[in-house]
Design a binder for this molecule. Structure first.
Ligand code: BTN
Length: 363
């Protein structure tokens, strides 16, 4: 478990040099015993620390801590509009019920210009997605980007927990408002997967594929995932929170704790590759996702379906689909339809399966 105090301490160690316990204690205003306790906790959170008698502590792989200012700079370089830090978030922009009842030219126009992104980094939070969902009723979260170094209650799909390592993961969520309702947005999580893979490729990470509905895999090992949560009327408008988790540098011990084969971007980059700049990568991901959301708002999933299939690790393969009730269906992956449902072929028969209810296994 990491606390805000742990981060104050870890930032002192982020230069990768040795610092004595005494020095650290003085800098952060704690006792040496408390410093030692916090550092032990940091180790259980996945950070690797070296202790040398007479020299003190050193972070073996000093993480490049997430920094909202650095993310904003890269986003601007990528041509993405960014809000000034600290600018008050607007109130939720939900059309009045009377306006929604209007059709035709009287209905007020939805603002389709991409919002200026509000980028925020939190050292520690329960879950970036939970936080944006909590904010949604009070503030406009359209264009909100919240990243965290450490989630105490990270959530995965289907009620699972999301395990990440402080300084060695990217965990962030984005809020977006769509004019349309749940039906139109059914393929959004798949579209988000395409955006994430495009972003990773632009930063030189090749070979990452999608696994229906929205896992990111490298050589069939999970490297990340996407969780989409939606609030709104069936007919729209909707507010969506898109949460993305990516393994950047995951210690072997932690990998063993996860029930499925997992890998990280460091493995994708390969030996001798320069260290991964998480701030840059975060900006790239956010830029690609926001441009995808704007595209999706206009055209939906249909124009992205072919690219999704091309990037699907199981396209055309024989698979077993495990249903939430434990039952299983066998077939060959024919693809996804325009709403993002998985289409399985069994001889001439085609069956559709909806996102969120199923998990995919290799046959
Ligand atoms: C999955 O199960 O594959 C989806 C994982 C999504 C994890 C991300 S991490 C950032 C955001 N906050 C959460 O609590 N979950 C998502």
């Amino acid at each position: 478990m990491l606390t805000p105090l742990s981060f104050t301490l870890l930032r002192q160690l982020s230069d990768g040099d040795f610092h004595s316990g005494e020095d650290l204690a003085e800098k952060v205003g704690l006792t040496r015993a408390r410093v030692s306790q916090l550092l032990r906790q940091a180790e259980t959170a996945g950070l690797s620390l070296e202790r040398v008698r007479g020299r003190g502590y050193r972070l073996k792989a000093a993480p490049d801590f997430l920094d909202a200012a650095a993310v904003r700079v890269t986003l601007s370089q990528l041509g993405v509009k960014v809000a000034k830090p600290g600018a008050p978030a607007p109130r939720p922009q939900v059309p009045a019920d009377d306006d929604l009842a209007l059709t035709g030219p009287e209905r007020p126009m939805f603002d389709r210009t991409p919002p200026a992104l509000q980028v925020e980094v939190s050292d520690q939070i329960d879950s970036t997605s939970s936080e944006l969902l909590r904010r949604a009723p009070r503030r406009d979260i359209h264009g909100a980007v919240l990243a965290a170094e450490w989630q105490t209650a990270g959530r995965g799909r289907r009620g699972r927990t999301w395990t990440a390592v402080a300084g060695g993961s990217l965990t962030f969520s984005m809020g977006w408002r769509f004019e349309q309702g749940a039906g139109f947005l059914a393929g959004l999580s798949l579209a988000a997967g395409v955006a994430v893979v495009r972003a990773l490729e632009k930063d030189g990470f090749n070979g990452i594929e999608l696994k229906w509905p929205n896992d990111l895999v490298f050589r069939h090992h999970k490297i990340g995932g996407i969780l989409i949560e939606l609030n709104g009327d069936a007919l729209g408008p909707s507010t969506v929170v898109v949460g993305v988790g990516l393994n950047v540098r995951m210690p072997r011990a932690l990998r063993r704790e996860i029930a499925q084969p997992v890998t990280d971007l460091t493995a994708v980059a390969g030996r001798g590759a320069p260290p991964i700049d998480r701030n840059r990568l975060l900006a790239r991901l956010v830029a690609e996702l926001s441009s995808m959301f704007s595209e999706y708002a206009q055209h939906g999933f249909a124009p992205i379906a072919a690219e999704w299939q091309q990037r699907h690790a199981y396209q055309g393969k024989p698979v077993k689909l495990v249903l939430p009730d434990g039952g299983a269906v066998k077939g060959t992956v024919a693809g996804v339809d325009a709403s993002g449902a998985l289409v399985l072929a069994d001889g001439p028969r085609r069956s559709r399966f909806l996102s969120g209810e199923l998990s995919l296994r290799r046959a």
